[in-house]
Design a protein around this ligand. Structure first.
Ligand code: GAP
Length: 466
Protein backbone atom coordinates (compact mmCIF):
# COMPACT_ATOMS: atom_id res chain seq x y z
CA UNK A 1 0.00 0.00 0.00
CA UNK A 2 1.74 3.15 -1.18
CA UNK A 3 -0.49 5.78 0.36
CA UNK A 4 -0.55 6.19 4.15
CA UNK A 5 -4.23 7.11 4.03
CA UNK A 6 -5.30 4.26 1.74
CA UNK A 7 -7.96 2.13 3.38
CA UNK A 8 -10.00 -0.95 2.59
CA UNK A 9 -13.16 -0.80 4.67
CA UNK A 10 -14.75 -3.76 2.92
CA UNK A 11 -11.79 -6.03 3.67
CA UNK A 12 -11.72 -4.87 7.31
CA UNK A 13 -15.44 -5.60 7.71
CA UNK A 14 -14.94 -9.12 6.37
CA UNK A 15 -12.05 -9.76 8.76
CA UNK A 16 -14.09 -8.50 11.72
CA UNK A 17 -17.00 -10.69 10.70
CA UNK A 18 -14.82 -13.80 10.29
CA UNK A 19 -13.19 -13.12 13.66
CA UNK A 20 -16.58 -13.19 15.31
CA UNK A 21 -18.08 -16.12 13.42
CA UNK A 22 -15.02 -18.35 13.87
CA UNK A 23 -14.37 -17.43 17.50
CA UNK A 24 -11.26 -15.26 17.30
CA UNK A 25 -12.50 -12.02 18.86
CA UNK A 26 -15.77 -10.91 20.47
CA UNK A 27 -16.86 -7.52 21.79
CA UNK A 28 -16.58 -7.52 25.55
CA UNK A 29 -19.98 -7.38 27.29
CA UNK A 30 -21.73 -7.77 23.92
CA UNK A 31 -24.81 -9.22 25.61
CA UNK A 32 -25.35 -5.86 27.33
CA UNK A 33 -24.54 -3.61 24.40
CA UNK A 34 -20.75 -3.90 24.58
CA UNK A 35 -18.05 -2.31 26.71
CA UNK A 36 -16.38 0.26 24.48
CA UNK A 37 -12.66 -0.31 23.91
CA UNK A 38 -12.59 -3.80 25.46
CA UNK A 39 -12.41 -7.12 23.63
CA UNK A 40 -12.58 -10.81 24.53
CA UNK A 41 -10.58 -13.42 22.66
CA UNK A 42 -12.58 -16.54 21.79
CA UNK A 43 -11.22 -20.11 21.57
CA UNK A 44 -9.20 -19.59 18.38
CA UNK A 45 -8.14 -16.04 19.23
CA UNK A 46 -6.84 -17.26 22.57
CA UNK A 47 -4.68 -19.90 20.87
CA UNK A 48 -3.43 -17.37 18.32
CA UNK A 49 -2.53 -14.91 21.06
CA UNK A 50 -0.80 -17.58 23.16
CA UNK A 51 1.25 -18.60 20.13
CA UNK A 52 2.32 -15.03 19.32
CA UNK A 53 3.26 -14.36 22.94
CA UNK A 54 5.14 -17.66 23.24
CA UNK A 55 7.02 -16.97 20.01
CA UNK A 56 8.00 -13.49 21.23
CA UNK A 57 9.06 -14.93 24.59
CA UNK A 58 11.08 -17.71 22.97
CA UNK A 59 12.91 -15.33 20.63
CA UNK A 60 13.53 -12.59 23.22
CA UNK A 61 14.02 -14.50 26.46
CA UNK A 62 14.53 -18.26 26.09
CA UNK A 63 16.92 -18.08 23.15
CA UNK A 64 19.06 -15.33 24.69
CA UNK A 65 21.41 -15.29 27.64
CA UNK A 66 21.18 -11.54 28.25
CA UNK A 67 17.40 -11.15 28.77
CA UNK A 68 15.30 -12.37 31.70
CA UNK A 69 11.57 -12.14 32.25
CA UNK A 70 9.35 -10.62 34.87
CA UNK A 71 5.64 -10.40 35.61
CA UNK A 72 4.77 -7.26 37.54
CA UNK A 73 1.56 -6.34 39.28
CA UNK A 74 -1.07 -4.42 37.36
CA UNK A 75 -2.10 -2.30 40.35
CA UNK A 76 0.64 0.27 40.59
CA UNK A 77 1.83 2.45 43.47
CA UNK A 78 0.91 6.10 42.85
CA UNK A 79 4.49 7.12 43.63
CA UNK A 80 5.83 4.97 40.76
CA UNK A 81 3.64 6.76 38.24
CA UNK A 82 4.25 10.16 39.80
CA UNK A 83 8.00 9.66 39.40
CA UNK A 84 7.59 8.46 35.82
CA UNK A 85 5.58 11.55 34.92
CA UNK A 86 2.34 9.72 34.20
CA UNK A 87 0.32 11.26 37.05
CA UNK A 88 1.15 14.79 35.93
CA UNK A 89 1.47 14.32 32.20
CA UNK A 90 -0.07 11.20 30.70
CA UNK A 91 -2.94 12.97 29.03
CA UNK A 92 -4.61 13.78 25.73
CA UNK A 93 -6.24 17.12 24.94
CA UNK A 94 -9.98 16.73 24.70
CA UNK A 95 -12.92 18.88 23.67
CA UNK A 96 -16.63 18.41 24.41
CA UNK A 97 -19.65 19.41 22.38
CA UNK A 98 -21.75 21.67 24.63
CA UNK A 99 -24.93 20.53 22.84
CA UNK A 100 -24.69 16.76 22.24
CA UNK A 101 -22.03 16.17 24.95
CA UNK A 102 -19.87 14.00 22.68
CA UNK A 103 -16.18 14.07 23.52
CA UNK A 104 -13.33 14.23 20.97
CA UNK A 105 -9.55 14.21 21.00
CA UNK A 106 -8.61 17.74 20.04
CA UNK A 107 -5.42 16.63 18.25
CA UNK A 108 -7.33 14.20 16.01
CA UNK A 109 -10.10 16.54 14.87
CA UNK A 110 -9.69 17.69 11.30
CA UNK A 111 -13.08 19.40 10.97
CA UNK A 112 -15.74 20.42 13.46
CA UNK A 113 -17.98 17.32 13.67
CA UNK A 114 -21.73 17.30 13.07
CA UNK A 115 -23.77 17.53 16.23
CA UNK A 116 -26.06 14.58 16.93
CA UNK A 117 -28.65 16.81 18.63
CA UNK A 118 -28.75 19.32 15.77
CA UNK A 119 -29.45 16.75 13.05
CA UNK A 120 -33.18 17.69 12.94
CA UNK A 121 -32.54 21.42 12.45
CA UNK A 122 -33.91 22.87 9.19
CA UNK A 123 -31.70 23.02 6.10
CA UNK A 124 -29.29 25.91 6.10
CA UNK A 125 -28.90 26.02 9.91
CA UNK A 126 -25.48 25.37 11.44
CA UNK A 127 -25.50 21.70 12.47
CA UNK A 128 -21.97 21.51 13.76
CA UNK A 129 -20.87 20.76 17.31
CA UNK A 130 -20.19 23.63 19.67
CA UNK A 131 -16.83 22.70 21.11
CA UNK A 132 -15.30 23.70 24.44
CA UNK A 133 -11.68 24.84 24.73
CA UNK A 134 -9.26 21.83 24.88
CA UNK A 135 -8.76 20.35 28.36
CA UNK A 136 -6.11 17.81 29.37
CA UNK A 137 -7.63 14.43 30.17
CA UNK A 138 -5.46 11.95 32.12
CA UNK A 139 -5.62 8.53 30.49
CA UNK A 140 -4.94 6.47 33.60
CA UNK A 141 -7.56 4.41 35.41
CA UNK A 142 -7.37 5.30 39.07
CA UNK A 143 -8.63 3.11 41.88
CA UNK A 144 -8.61 2.97 45.67
CA UNK A 145 -6.72 0.31 47.60
CA UNK A 146 -8.12 -1.13 50.82
CA UNK A 147 -10.82 0.30 53.06
CA UNK A 148 -9.35 3.73 53.68
CA UNK A 149 -11.48 5.86 56.00
CA UNK A 150 -10.53 9.01 54.13
CA UNK A 151 -11.66 9.32 50.51
CA UNK A 152 -8.93 11.85 49.83
CA UNK A 153 -6.09 9.83 51.37
CA UNK A 154 -3.44 10.02 48.61
CA UNK A 155 -1.79 6.85 49.90
CA UNK A 156 -4.93 4.85 49.13
CA UNK A 157 -4.72 5.77 45.44
CA UNK A 158 -3.40 3.18 43.00
CA UNK A 159 -3.52 3.00 39.22
CA UNK A 160 -3.99 0.27 36.66
CA UNK A 161 -0.64 0.47 34.92
CA UNK A 162 -0.69 2.42 31.64
CA UNK A 163 2.38 0.51 30.37
CA UNK A 164 4.29 -2.55 31.56
CA UNK A 165 7.58 -0.62 31.38
CA UNK A 166 7.39 1.14 34.77
CA UNK A 167 7.04 -2.12 36.69
CA UNK A 168 10.32 -3.17 35.04
CA UNK A 169 12.16 0.06 35.87
CA UNK A 170 11.23 -0.05 39.54
CA UNK A 171 12.38 -3.68 39.85
CA UNK A 172 15.53 -3.33 37.76
CA UNK A 173 17.79 -3.23 40.84
CA UNK A 174 16.17 -6.30 42.41
CA UNK A 175 16.52 -8.21 39.15
CA UNK A 176 20.13 -7.12 38.83
CA UNK A 177 20.99 -8.11 42.41
CA UNK A 178 19.21 -11.47 42.19
CA UNK A 179 20.64 -12.51 38.81
CA UNK A 180 24.08 -10.87 38.78
CA UNK A 181 23.60 -9.98 35.12
CA UNK A 182 26.09 -7.60 33.57
CA UNK A 183 25.46 -4.78 31.10
CA UNK A 184 24.09 -4.98 28.51
CA UNK A 185 21.08 -6.96 29.69
CA UNK A 186 17.33 -6.82 29.31
CA UNK A 187 14.16 -7.45 31.25
CA UNK A 188 11.16 -8.59 29.23
CA UNK A 189 7.52 -8.55 30.18
CA UNK A 190 4.22 -9.41 28.56
CA UNK A 191 1.17 -8.09 30.31
CA UNK A 192 -1.92 -5.98 30.43
CA UNK A 193 -1.92 -2.21 30.30
CA UNK A 194 -4.89 0.14 30.60
CA UNK A 195 -5.56 3.54 29.10
CA UNK A 196 -8.82 5.41 29.24
CA UNK A 197 -8.61 6.32 25.53
CA UNK A 198 -10.95 9.13 24.55
CA UNK A 199 -11.86 7.49 21.25
CA UNK A 200 -11.20 3.74 21.14
CA UNK A 201 -11.38 2.77 17.47
CA UNK A 202 -10.38 0.57 14.59
CA UNK A 203 -11.47 -2.69 16.19
CA UNK A 204 -8.83 -3.82 18.72
CA UNK A 205 -6.26 -1.30 17.45
CA UNK A 206 -6.95 1.37 20.04
CA UNK A 207 -8.40 -0.31 23.11
CA UNK A 208 -8.78 0.71 26.72
CA UNK A 209 -7.45 -2.62 27.98
CA UNK A 210 -4.67 -4.18 25.95
CA UNK A 211 -1.52 -6.22 26.24
CA UNK A 212 2.05 -5.09 25.68
CA UNK A 213 5.23 -7.05 24.98
CA UNK A 214 8.05 -4.85 26.23
CA UNK A 215 11.79 -5.16 26.72
CA UNK A 216 13.82 -2.70 28.70
CA UNK A 217 17.38 -3.24 27.52
CA UNK A 218 19.92 -1.71 29.91
CA UNK A 219 23.29 -0.65 28.51
CA UNK A 220 26.28 1.64 28.85
CA UNK A 221 25.56 5.19 27.57
CA UNK A 222 28.01 4.90 24.68
CA UNK A 223 26.16 1.81 23.33
CA UNK A 224 22.63 3.23 23.36
CA UNK A 225 22.33 4.55 19.80
CA UNK A 226 23.94 1.48 18.22
CA UNK A 227 21.70 -0.87 20.20
CA UNK A 228 18.60 1.09 19.22
CA UNK A 229 19.41 0.43 15.55
CA UNK A 230 20.15 -3.23 16.26
CA UNK A 231 16.86 -3.65 18.11
CA UNK A 232 14.97 -2.07 15.24
CA UNK A 233 16.34 -4.72 12.86
CA UNK A 234 15.60 -7.56 15.30
CA UNK A 235 12.05 -6.36 15.75
CA UNK A 236 11.46 -6.09 12.00
CA UNK A 237 12.72 -9.68 11.62
CA UNK A 238 10.30 -10.82 14.30
CA UNK A 239 7.32 -9.55 12.34
CA UNK A 240 8.38 -11.31 9.16
CA UNK A 241 8.81 -14.54 11.14
CA UNK A 242 5.18 -14.40 12.28
CA UNK A 243 3.82 -13.59 8.82
CA UNK A 244 3.87 -9.80 8.54
CA UNK A 245 6.04 -9.10 5.49
CA UNK A 246 8.75 -6.46 5.49
CA UNK A 247 7.20 -4.56 2.58
CA UNK A 248 4.05 -3.88 4.64
CA UNK A 249 6.10 -2.44 7.52
CA UNK A 250 7.31 1.15 7.57
CA UNK A 251 9.96 2.62 9.82
CA UNK A 252 9.48 6.20 10.95
CA UNK A 253 12.55 7.88 12.36
CA UNK A 254 10.83 10.34 14.69
CA UNK A 255 12.37 13.78 14.15
CA UNK A 256 13.74 16.15 16.80
CA UNK A 257 10.95 18.02 18.50
CA UNK A 258 8.46 15.16 18.08
CA UNK A 259 10.29 12.66 20.29
CA UNK A 260 9.98 12.59 24.08
CA UNK A 261 12.41 15.20 25.42
CA UNK A 262 14.69 12.54 26.98
CA UNK A 263 14.93 10.38 23.85
CA UNK A 264 17.83 10.79 21.44
CA UNK A 265 16.31 8.31 18.99
CA UNK A 266 12.86 6.81 18.49
CA UNK A 267 11.63 4.63 15.67
CA UNK A 268 7.99 3.78 15.11
CA UNK A 269 7.26 0.58 13.23
CA UNK A 270 4.02 1.02 11.29
CA UNK A 271 1.97 -1.54 9.38
CA UNK A 272 -0.43 -1.17 6.45
CA UNK A 273 -3.66 -2.03 8.27
CA UNK A 274 -6.79 -2.05 6.07
CA UNK A 275 -7.75 1.19 7.88
CA UNK A 276 -4.43 2.87 7.04
CA UNK A 277 -0.75 2.85 7.98
CA UNK A 278 -0.60 2.79 11.78
CA UNK A 279 1.83 2.12 14.63
CA UNK A 280 2.58 -1.43 15.71
CA UNK A 281 5.58 -0.84 17.93
CA UNK A 282 7.96 1.83 19.16
CA UNK A 283 11.71 1.31 19.56
CA UNK A 284 12.93 4.13 21.77
CA UNK A 285 16.28 5.07 23.22
CA UNK A 286 15.19 6.43 26.61
CA UNK A 287 18.65 7.29 27.96
CA UNK A 288 18.97 7.42 31.75
CA UNK A 289 15.61 9.13 32.16
CA UNK A 290 13.49 6.43 33.83
CA UNK A 291 16.02 5.00 36.27
CA UNK A 292 17.21 8.54 37.02
CA UNK A 293 13.68 9.67 37.88
CA UNK A 294 13.05 6.67 40.14
CA UNK A 295 16.37 7.26 41.90
CA UNK A 296 15.46 10.93 42.42
CA UNK A 297 11.92 10.25 43.72
CA UNK A 298 12.68 7.18 45.84
CA UNK A 299 15.92 8.52 47.29
CA UNK A 300 17.46 5.04 46.75
CA UNK A 301 20.70 4.52 44.90
CA UNK A 302 19.89 2.81 41.59
CA UNK A 303 23.33 3.07 40.03
CA UNK A 304 24.99 0.19 38.28
CA UNK A 305 28.45 -0.76 39.55
CA UNK A 306 30.89 -2.00 36.93
CA UNK A 307 33.23 -4.33 38.82
CA UNK A 308 35.88 -4.18 36.09
CA UNK A 309 36.14 -0.43 35.59
CA UNK A 310 34.97 0.43 39.13
CA UNK A 311 32.53 2.96 37.61
CA UNK A 312 29.11 3.73 39.06
CA UNK A 313 26.46 5.15 36.75
CA UNK A 314 22.79 5.08 35.85
CA UNK A 315 22.40 2.64 32.94
CA UNK A 316 20.79 3.80 29.76
CA UNK A 317 17.75 2.03 28.31
CA UNK A 318 16.67 0.95 24.84
CA UNK A 319 13.01 -0.02 24.75
CA UNK A 320 11.33 -2.10 22.04
CA UNK A 321 7.66 -1.80 23.02
CA UNK A 322 5.15 -3.82 21.02
CA UNK A 323 1.39 -4.00 21.32
CA UNK A 324 0.33 -7.62 21.52
CA UNK A 325 -3.23 -6.98 20.34
CA UNK A 326 -2.01 -4.82 17.46
CA UNK A 327 0.38 -7.61 16.48
CA UNK A 328 -2.50 -10.10 16.52
CA UNK A 329 -4.57 -7.71 14.42
CA UNK A 330 -1.74 -7.35 11.88
CA UNK A 331 -1.33 -11.15 11.76
CA UNK A 332 -5.09 -11.57 11.19
CA UNK A 333 -5.20 -8.88 8.49
CA UNK A 334 -2.18 -10.38 6.75
CA UNK A 335 -3.49 -13.95 6.92
CA UNK A 336 -6.94 -13.20 5.46
CA UNK A 337 -7.29 -14.24 1.85
CA UNK A 338 -10.11 -15.11 -0.52
CA UNK A 339 -8.83 -17.31 -3.31
CA UNK A 340 -10.67 -17.73 -6.61
CA UNK A 341 -10.77 -21.42 -7.50
CA UNK A 342 -13.13 -21.12 -10.47
CA UNK A 343 -11.90 -23.38 -13.25
CA UNK A 344 -12.14 -22.18 -16.86
CA UNK A 345 -15.81 -22.23 -17.89
CA UNK A 346 -16.76 -23.75 -14.53
CA UNK A 347 -19.13 -22.47 -11.89
CA UNK A 348 -17.76 -19.85 -9.55
CA UNK A 349 -15.78 -21.23 -6.64
CA UNK A 350 -13.76 -19.42 -4.02
CA UNK A 351 -12.33 -20.30 -0.65
CA UNK A 352 -11.53 -18.17 2.37
CA UNK A 353 -8.11 -19.02 3.76
CA UNK A 354 -6.37 -17.68 6.83
CA UNK A 355 -2.76 -18.07 5.74
CA UNK A 356 -1.21 -18.04 9.21
CA UNK A 357 2.43 -19.06 9.57
CA UNK A 358 2.30 -22.50 11.18
CA UNK A 359 4.15 -21.17 14.27
CA UNK A 360 1.19 -18.93 15.18
CA UNK A 361 -1.72 -20.92 13.68
CA UNK A 362 -4.30 -21.66 16.41
CA UNK A 363 -4.83 -25.25 15.24
CA UNK A 364 -1.77 -27.00 13.88
CA UNK A 365 -3.40 -30.07 12.36
CA UNK A 366 -6.91 -31.43 11.81
CA UNK A 367 -7.48 -35.17 12.00
CA UNK A 368 -10.15 -36.28 9.55
CA UNK A 369 -11.32 -39.88 9.11
CA UNK A 370 -12.63 -40.18 5.55
CA UNK A 371 -15.98 -41.60 6.69
CA UNK A 372 -17.51 -41.52 10.13
CA UNK A 373 -19.55 -44.71 9.68
CA UNK A 374 -16.50 -46.97 9.18
CA UNK A 375 -15.33 -47.95 12.68
CA UNK A 376 -11.84 -49.01 11.45
CA UNK A 377 -11.24 -45.53 9.96
CA UNK A 378 -12.52 -43.79 13.10
CA UNK A 379 -10.43 -46.01 15.34
CA UNK A 380 -7.27 -45.32 13.35
CA UNK A 381 -8.03 -41.59 13.27
CA UNK A 382 -8.38 -41.57 17.07
CA UNK A 383 -5.01 -43.34 17.34
CA UNK A 384 -3.45 -40.53 15.28
CA UNK A 385 -5.26 -37.95 17.42
CA UNK A 386 -3.89 -39.52 20.62
CA UNK A 387 -0.41 -39.55 19.13
CA UNK A 388 -0.40 -35.83 18.29
CA UNK A 389 -2.59 -34.30 21.01
CA UNK A 390 0.05 -34.09 23.78
CA UNK A 391 2.34 -32.11 21.47
CA UNK A 392 0.18 -29.53 19.71
CA UNK A 393 -3.31 -28.09 19.39
CA UNK A 394 -5.17 -30.40 17.04
CA UNK A 395 -8.80 -30.64 15.96
CA UNK A 396 -10.70 -33.85 15.33
CA UNK A 397 -13.57 -33.68 12.86
CA UNK A 398 -15.62 -36.52 11.39
CA UNK A 399 -18.72 -34.62 10.26
CA UNK A 400 -19.57 -33.66 6.63
CA UNK A 401 -17.82 -34.51 3.37
CA UNK A 402 -14.02 -34.35 3.42
CA UNK A 403 -13.95 -31.40 0.99
CA UNK A 404 -16.16 -29.35 3.29
CA UNK A 405 -14.06 -30.25 6.26
CA UNK A 406 -10.94 -29.04 4.39
CA UNK A 407 -12.63 -25.72 3.66
CA UNK A 408 -13.65 -25.28 7.29
CA UNK A 409 -10.03 -25.72 8.34
CA UNK A 410 -8.85 -23.28 5.64
CA UNK A 411 -11.14 -20.65 7.13
CA UNK A 412 -9.49 -20.92 10.54
CA UNK A 413 -5.98 -21.25 9.13
CA UNK A 414 -5.07 -24.86 10.01
CA UNK A 415 -1.87 -25.50 8.02
CA UNK A 416 -2.21 -29.30 7.80
CA UNK A 417 -5.20 -31.61 7.39
CA UNK A 418 -4.55 -35.27 8.01
CA UNK A 419 -6.98 -37.66 6.33
CA UNK A 420 -7.24 -41.29 7.37
CA UNK A 421 -8.52 -43.26 4.39
CA UNK A 422 -8.86 -46.85 3.18
CA UNK A 423 -5.23 -46.91 1.97
CA UNK A 424 -4.21 -46.19 5.58
CA UNK A 425 -5.94 -49.46 6.45
CA UNK A 426 -4.16 -51.46 3.70
CA UNK A 427 -6.13 -50.95 0.50
CA UNK A 428 -3.77 -50.64 -2.50
CA UNK A 429 -3.19 -47.21 -4.10
CA UNK A 430 -4.25 -46.35 -7.71
CA UNK A 431 -1.01 -47.83 -9.07
CA UNK A 432 -0.91 -50.76 -6.71
CA UNK A 433 1.16 -48.92 -4.04
CA UNK A 434 1.12 -50.11 -0.45
CA UNK A 435 0.12 -47.15 1.75
CA UNK A 436 -0.63 -49.15 4.89
CA UNK A 437 -0.21 -47.01 8.03
CA UNK A 438 0.35 -43.81 6.10
CA UNK A 439 -1.97 -40.79 6.08
CA UNK A 440 -2.76 -38.13 3.48
CA UNK A 441 -1.46 -34.74 4.56
CA UNK A 442 -3.11 -31.84 2.76
CA UNK A 443 -1.27 -28.52 2.74
CA UNK A 444 -3.56 -25.54 3.37
CA UNK A 445 -1.90 -23.01 1.04
CA UNK A 446 -1.18 -25.14 -2.04
CA UNK A 447 -3.93 -27.72 -1.36
CA UNK A 448 -1.36 -30.32 -2.45
CA UNK A 449 -1.43 -33.69 -0.79
CA UNK A 450 1.29 -36.12 0.16
CA UNK A 451 1.46 -39.38 2.09
CA UNK A 452 3.33 -39.51 5.37
CA UNK A 453 3.91 -42.63 7.48
CA UNK A 454 2.11 -42.48 10.84
CA UNK A 455 5.40 -43.45 12.51
CA UNK A 456 7.00 -40.29 10.98
CA UNK A 457 4.03 -37.98 11.45
CA UNK A 458 4.93 -36.40 14.79
CA UNK A 459 8.51 -35.34 13.89
CA UNK A 460 7.26 -34.34 10.41
CA UNK A 461 4.75 -31.93 11.96
CA UNK A 462 6.98 -30.69 14.77
CA UNK A 463 9.61 -29.64 12.22
CA UNK A 464 7.00 -27.60 10.35
CA UNK A 465 5.14 -25.79 13.15
CA UNK A 466 8.05 -24.04 14.91
N1 GAP B 1 6.55 1.90 27.32
C1 GAP B 1 6.39 2.64 26.12
C2 GAP B 1 5.00 2.67 25.65
O1 GAP B 1 4.08 2.21 26.31
P1 GAP B 1 3.51 3.42 23.65
O2 GAP B 1 3.91 3.87 22.26
O3 GAP B 1 2.58 4.28 24.41
O4 GAP B 1 4.89 3.23 24.42
C3 GAP B 1 3.67 0.90 23.02
O5 GAP B 1 2.92 1.95 23.56
C4 GAP B 1 2.80 0.04 22.15
O6 GAP B 1 1.66 -0.39 22.89
C5 GAP B 1 2.24 0.75 20.92
O7 GAP B 1 3.15 0.74 19.85
C6 GAP B 1 1.03 -0.09 20.63
O8 GAP B 1 1.38 -1.24 19.88
C7 GAP B 1 0.55 -0.53 22.01
N2 GAP B 1 -0.56 0.35 22.45
C8 GAP B 1 -0.48 1.57 23.00
N3 GAP B 1 -1.70 2.05 23.26
C9 GAP B 1 -2.59 1.12 22.85
C10 GAP B 1 -4.02 1.03 22.85
N4 GAP B 1 -4.79 2.00 23.35
N5 GAP B 1 -4.59 -0.09 22.34
C11 GAP B 1 -3.83 -1.11 21.86
N6 GAP B 1 -2.48 -1.07 21.84
C12 GAP B 1 -1.86 0.03 22.32
Amino acid sequence: MANKEQTDTDRMEKIVSLCKSKGFIFQSGELYGGLNGCWDYGPLGTELKRNVKEFWWRKNVLEREDIVGMDGSILTHHAVLTASGHVGGFSDPMVDCKVCKKRYRADQLEDIPSCEKKAQLPKGEDKSCELTEPKEFNLMFQTKMGASADDNDPNAIAYLRPETAQTIFVQYKNVLDSTRLKLPFGIAQIGKAFRNEINPRNYTFRSREFEQMEIEYFCRPEDGLRLTDEWLEMRLDFYTQIGVPREKLHVLDIPDGERAHYSQKTYDIEYDFPFGQQELEGVAYRGAYDIGKHQEHSGKNLEYFDAETKERFIPHVVEPSAGCDRTILAVLCEAYDVEDLTKEGGKKDERTVMRFKPCVAPIKAAILPLLKNKPELVEKAKEVKNLLQPHMNIFYDETAAIGRRYRRQDEVGTPFCIAIDFETLGEKGPNGEDFTDTVTVRHRDSMEQERVAISELLPWLLARIV
